[in-house]
Design a protein around this ligand. Structure first.
Ligand SMILES: [Zn+2]
Length: 74
C-alpha cells in the first residue's frame, strides 16, 4: 500500500474494526499520516489526494514546527 500523502510504501495496518471487519485504519511510518479505509478517494488514493497537501519524504527533516516552540524561560 502507498501512503496518499507522501507516496511512501511504509504503510502499516494500525487497527481493524472490532466487529464485522468493515474498516481498517492505516498509518504511514514516513509522514505519520493515518486514514480509514472507508474515507473518500481524495483521502485514500495517492493519485487523487490534494497535491497542495502532499509531502516529500526528503523534506520532512527540514519542515518547520508549527506552532514554533518558544525558548525556555530563564
Ligand atoms: Zn506518508
Amino acid at each position: 500500500m502507498i501512503c496518499p500523502r507522501c507516496d511512501s510504501d511504509t504503510v502499516d495496518l494500525m487497527v481493524q474494526s472490532p466487529v464485522g471487519n468493515v474498516w481498517e485504519v492505516y498509518s504511514c511510518n514516513t509522514c505519520n499520516f493515518s486514514w480509514r479505509s472507508t474515507e473518500s478517494e481524495d483521502i485514500t488514493d495517492p493519485v487523487k489526494y490534494d497535491k497542495r497537501f502532499k509531502i516529500k519524504p526528503e523534506e520532512i527533516p527540514s519542515l518547520e514546527i508549527i506552532p514554533p516552540i518558544p525558548n525556555l524561560k530563564k
